[in-house]
Every structure is written in structure tokens, then in C-alpha cells.
Design a protein around this ligand. Sequence first.
Ligand code: UD1
Length: 419
Amino acid sequence: MEKLEVFGANTLKGQVRISGSKNASLPILAATLLSDKKIHLSNLPNVKDIATMLLLLKSLDTKIEYIKNKKLVSIKNNKKNKKFVSYSLVKTMRAGILVLGPLLARYSKAKVSLPGGCAIGTRPIDIHLKALSKLGVIYKISKGYVHANAPKGLVGAKIKFPKISVGATENLIIAACLAKGKTILSNCAIEPEIKDLVNFLNKMGCKIKWIGKRTVKILGVKKLNEVNYKIMFDRIEAGTYLIAAAITKGKIKILGINPKIIKTEIDILKKIGAKIKLKNNNVFIQGNKKINSININTAPYPGFPTDLQAQMMVLLCKANKRSVISEKIFENRFMHVSELNRMGAKIKIKGNRAIIEGNTKFEGAELMATDLRASVSLILAALTSKNKSIINRIYHLDRGYEKIETKLKKIGAKIKRLA
Ligand code: UD1
């Protein structure tokens, strides 16, 4: 099994180009099932989760052609797709459940494996299912699968989500695009990736309009067009490299992003002491010697993203005083804490709060990655420690970070993949 070897304690300097967003690509790929017209997608990141989603689409008989080193993908569905998604395709990647909405919209029938739990919590799909039932879907869960059908096809409805959910908002927006009549969804997640999905769907001929901060109106359509679409940048990857600069007191220019989208993260990094300059599609960051402590709550967008919580925790271990992070999205997302404590951090967990003592000098160790963002937080800690760290189970990392060793090496990190 592959591992990473990291030697740290050097300042990162240079430029990093940010890849396309994994979390925008996944729902957009699922949404391609709505149409039998040609779809060209560019700026897809070359990461494992995208490869898994493409495999999943292939298993449904979608034709996929890679052009230009997997960065541009041409997708074409026949008049008919298969409607069955097996456990083997959903078990490593929960986003597989996003094909439920489009399959039901187009064929009124689908059998999709339940994603099951994962390292960061139980992650149910009850909100997706209850909302789909309001569009006319009847479902039962049996032997680990959702068996769903819509006897009269999907019919538009007014739905208020009981809780803000990124995946449920995406599934329902996609499903409503082909439903009869009008759907109004309120209490929606408004992550930038959802806005990207909506832009893609509208470009394809769907009729979706934001009519309130968290309310969206969708008029069902019958015909869709061919479409070329460029996926947005990965804001979590961008945030990770900004934190890497702050942690190593480095100077990094982050290229290919829209700074407005990551305003919350930029404001927090400024409060912590980093110097930041914004320019069109770039951000320049210079880490400060003194890192100020701060208290942070994770929250749905535009709040601080849970997907950057582990990385931010490593930075706060280096702060001048105690900080507190409250995890408000996933109850169990502190798997990285025990590994960080093994490296010398002093972090205590109380319920959904992590109390982080500052002034940590990380010491390299042999470590175990437990989920995607936890893995990268271990790299960040290892980058500040003089001795060697070995990080095991990096397949988690490969799910979502494109060419991470290459990008980090280019800005001066001593990092190597071991077979
Ligand atoms: C997405 C992101 C993930 C990110 C998360 C929160 C993708 C592929 N994944 O995950 O990286 O960490 O948003 O920003 O985009 N919930 C329920 N019932 C449901 C659905 C969700 O109780 O039916 C709960 C979850 O357990 C969690 C909260 O709602 O506590 C938010 O989850 P959700 O926004 O749905 O996350 P995902 O879409 O799975």
C-alpha cells in the first residue's frame, strides 16, 4: 500500500495552480444522466472520486470519451440507461447517491445502493428520500438498496428542507429539472458548487432561478441541448494551500481561483495574522511569524467549511494561545485529532468542540490517514516538523487532491510517495 514520506520545517514558496472542483464535478457528472445530447466537461480534476463517478456512469451505459489527459470528457447517453447502481460503486464514494434524482427524473425508476456510514459520521440520506417522495417518488429500502419509482413520473412541488444539506439540494434540483410543472425548494444549501451545478443545468436548457437567498424555483422542461461546460475551481484545495503557506510562514501565490468565493477563509487567515493580497484570479499569501488564536464554527456556506476544519486545526496548533473549533456539520469529524496528538499537539475533544492549545512543535511520526481531509491535515503537520513522517493509507488523499506531491514539491516541500 502506498505511503507518503514527508520531511518538514522548510518554508513553502512559489505558485500553485488550483484544479477543478471535485465537489462541483460530482453532481454535474450525475446530472448528465438527464440528457441524451452530447456534453463536454472541462477542468475535471484527475482524482479517484471522479474516476469512480465515471465508472458508475459507464455501468449505467453512458458513453465516456477522455480527451486531453482526462481534463476534458465527452459524455453521451443513449435513449435508455441502466437504472441499477451497485454497492461496489457507492461504498467508497457517497456522492453515488446523486444519480438517484436524475435517474428518477428521466426514467421514473431506479435501484441505488445505500452509501452506508463513513469515517466522519453516519451520513444518512433521509432528507434526499423524503424530498423526492414529495415529487411523487415511492421508495422502499431493502437489503441495502433504495428501490424507487414514480408511477406518474415526477411532479413539481413546494419543498422545504428540514436541514441544510448539500447533497439533498443537488439531488432535488437535478430531479426537478424534468418534473412536470414548477418546483420550489427552500432552505437550500448554497455552496458555490451548487451554484456551479445550476449554471451547468441552465446552460443545458433547464429553467432554474434563485428567488431568495436559500430558495430556488425550477420549471420542468422536456428538451435539453448539447453543452460545453468548464467546472469551477476547487475552493477546498485552494484553502488547503493557503493554510500550508500560513503554517510554514511561506509566500505562495494561488492561481486560477475566484477570491470572492473564499472570502470567509481569507478573512479568517487575515485575523490569524497572514498577509493576503487579492488580484483578479489569484491570491498571494505570506505567513506571519506570530499566529493569532481564534475560535471557529464550521457552518454551511457562506460559513467556514467543515472540509477545511482539519487543516485549520493544524494551523491553530501553532497559534500563540488556546483556540476552539466547533464542528457543526458532522458529529464525528475529529478522527485526525488522535494522530495530531501523537505528533505533539495538545487537543481535547468535548462533544463537538475541539480545544486546541497553541505553541505546538510537531514531531514527525508514523501516521494513519482516516479520511480525505484528515489525510491532508497530517501532511500539513508533517511539513512543520524537522524529522521524518510516514503517512499510511493515502488512498483517502487520492480521492480528492490532484497531484498533491507534485504541487507541494514545486513549492519546496520535501515529500515523496513510497510504493
Ligand atoms: C457534501 C460534500 C462534503 C462536505 C459536506 C458539507 C460533496 C460530494 N460532499 O457532502 O465534502 O463535507 O457537503 O459541506 O459535495 N444529513 C442528514 N440526512 C440527509 C443528508 C444529510 O441528516 O439526508 C446530514 C449529514 O449527516 C450532515 C449534514 O446533514 O450532518 C450535512 O450533510 P450534507 O450537506 O448533505 O453533506 P454531503 O452532501 O454528504
